[in-house]
Design a protein around this ligand. Structure first.
Ligand code: ZN
Length: 159
């Protein structure tokens, strides 16, 4: 078995879509980044790469690469799954947190879980997403940024 941890944070900005777990969430601000800035999917990708010591998201999908400009992070997630399978591993489960003061995410969590499970060919009960605020403290609590973290457990495909 292998375990991996991932973390990401993106700043909120004007004139950007807010995409979390592949779901476009209505809000006056969106996350700033080279790709679609899907902070949750980025944390999950890093946890998957970390589990097999395959470096990090910036190594595989550099933000200097025009191919990843505005990229749908779910596509990058699928690419990451190929790397994992090539190493002979499958995912047992994923647990994650989104730390976000505003907007309220409760109503979107199940759609995010479906998107991620679908991209990784997992069952819904293998993908957990929890939403938290930062109790109005620091940059996240003040609505300046949204962060996410994730852990993943993996097993050998033929184990
Ligand atoms: Zn990111």
């Amino acid at each position: 078995m292998r375990i991996g941890i991932g973390y990401d944070i993106h700043k909120l900005a004007q004139n950007r879509d807010l995409i979390l777990g592949g779901v476009k969430i209505p809000y006056e601000l969106g996350l700033l980044g080279h790709s679609d800035a899907d902070v949750l999917v980025h944390a999950i990708i890093d946890s998957m790469l970390g589990a097999l010591a395959l470096r990090d998201i910036g190594y595989h999908f550099p933000d200097t690469d025009e191919r990843f400009k505005g990229a749908n992070s779910l596509v990058l997630l699928k690419e990451t799954m190929k790397l994992i399978q090539n190493e002979g591993y499958k995912i047992v489960n994923i647990d994650s947190n989104i730390i976000c003061q505003k907007p309220k995410l409760m109503g979107y969590i199940d759609d995010m879980r479906k998107n991620i499970a679908h991209a990784l060919s997992l069952e819904l009960n293998q993908v957990s997403i929890k939403a938290k605020t930062n109790e109005k403290m620091d940059s996240i609590g003040n609505g300046v940024a949204i962060a996410a973290n994730a852990v993943v457990l993996m097993n050998k495909i033929n184990a």
